[in-house]
Design a protein around this ligand. Structure first.
Ligand SMILES: [Ca+2]
Ligand SMILES: [Ca+2]
Ligand SMILES: [Zn+2]
Length: 335
């Protein structure tokens, strides 16, 4: 087989030739089609181009036709590159053993989010069948809360920027969760929400002015007016922050500390994402404007929302979100 020497032939419904396109104008020119590099050596080289690599099928001898013709071993390997899932086809020169070319098969989808602009999201699938299942973490999915069905599509383009649309809500939430996954891995050396690569599904469509984590899912509700799904970075990463906390020794933190712990994961994820639309800050919910009065918490000055800046004897008995004030303030000063 010749790789890079494709012909496109267009016919009408009766099979009559309409037009042809030739991708490669240069003739194939090879002195020999007998390799001097062993197949096993080429396979080993190919596997070394990814981390934690394994082979995906057999290798075949091909002519790699670019500016010149080269005899090459074609091998597909599965692993990770820079922490991201990879399924890579690698062409190794069948004489010199050099890597001539690679082709990545794991593609990032594109989403039109409501709160974070146009974003790349690591969905799963190929051809005409895609789903909002994270290619880097298969238990991280985004679903419609009605029926708990994972969003699917015939292309890898998601949402429409309208915050009242559930698929758009999933673009926001899925993007936020992926940024948190990367933040946990890159900054904290942690694999996934549970520390072993595991997550719970996100479900957009909760009929409440709220979002929550319950150990089995993250539910995303809507704004008080306008029915906008509230899957911004700080909200979603807050909920999965509860999930991280839930998978630490001793389980989820006690009442007075659980909300500030979750807020720190929200803020850290926002700073990691460094998104051009949802700029990093130390406020909670500034994008979604949950109840129409801007952020619901101010980590740099909790008193702006009526919460305490510093610890007092009344902190342990405060409402759990209000009790986050001293911890949030501490985190801001530390950060
Ligand atoms: Ca922000
Ligand atoms: Ca924020
Ligand atoms: Zn919370």
């Amino acid at each position: 087989p010749v790789v890079g020497g494709d012909f496109v032939v267009v016919t009408d419904s009766a099979g009559r030739l309409l037009t042809t396109t030739v991708a490669q104008g240069r003739p194939v020119a090879l002195a020999s089609v007998t390799p001097t590099l062993a197949r096993s050596t080429a396979r080993h080289t190919a596997r070394g181009t990814v981390q934690h690599g394994r082979y995906d099928g057999a290798s075949r001898l091909v002519v790699l036709q670019r500016n010149a013709s080269r005899l090459a071993w074609e091998t597909t390997v599965v692993g990770t590159r820079a922490g991201e899932a990879s399924r890579l086809t690698v062409y190794v020169d069948a004489h010199s053993g050099r890597v001539l070319s690679t082709r990545e098969h794991v593609m990032e989808g594109t989403g039109s989010s409501a709160w974070a602009g146009t974003v790349s999201i690591p969905t799963s699938g190929s051809g005409t069948s895609y789903s909002m299942t994270n290619a880097n973490a298969s238990t991280l999915k985004c679903q419609n809360a009605s029926g708990n069905v994972t969003f699917t599509g015939t292309d890898d383009s998601w949402g429409n920027g309208d915050a009242t649309n559930r698929e758009t809500g999933c673009v926001d939430a899925f993007y936020a969760a992926e940024q948190e996954r990367q933040m946990l891995s890159t900054w904290l050396g942690r694999s996934g929400m549970d520390g072993s690569g595991g997550w719970v599904p996100i479900r957009v469509g909760l009929n409440d002015v709220n979002a929550y984590y319950d150990g089995t899912q993250v539910q995303i509700g809507h704004t008080q007016t306008g029915g906008k799904w509230i899957g911004s970075i700080d909200v979603v990463a807050h909920e999965f922050g509860h999930g991280v906390d839930d998978h630490t020794p001793g389980g989820i933190s006690g009442a007075g500390t659980q909300e500030f712990v979750a807020d720190t994961f929200g803020a850290a994820t926002e700073w990691y994402a460094n998104n051009g639309t949802d700029r990093p800050d130390y406020t909670v919910g500034e994008q979604v404007n949950l109840v129409g009065s801007g952020p619901i918490r101010y980590m740099y000055n909790p008193s702006l929302a009526g919460d305490a800046n510093c610890y007092s004897s009344s902190t342990p008995t405060s409402e759990v979100h209000s009790a986050a004030g001293p911890g949030n303030h501490w985190f801001y000063l530390l950060a």
